[in-house]
Unconditional design. Structure first.
Ligand SMILES: [Zn+2]
Length: 73
């Protein structure tokens, strides 16, 4: 069974909701594109900070910090 395709699809480049028939004619709005990329990046940065904090809190992470401090001249 195939689901009917939604009429509006988010543009994979800029995230704008694009009407299907207009999709071929769609060009990404530079401002929208920049904002979209920024928000994607912000999520990644936030995820990285969470992962880093979790790592530093783990036994491996604590050892790595200890080892790095020990190796410092
Ligand atoms: Zn676009």
């Amino acid at each position: 069974m195939l689901l009917p395709e939604p009429r509006h699809m988010p543009c994979p480049e800029c995230g704008a909701s694009v009407d299907r028939p207009a999709r071929a004619a769609h060009t990404c709005d530079r401002e929208h594109l920049g904002r979209f990329r920024f928000f994607q990046l912000r999520d990644e940065v936030a995820a990285f900070e969470d992962e880093l904090a979790a790592y530093l809190d783990s036994a491996h992470g604590r050892f790595a910090v200890w080892d790095a401090q020990r190796a410092r001249p």
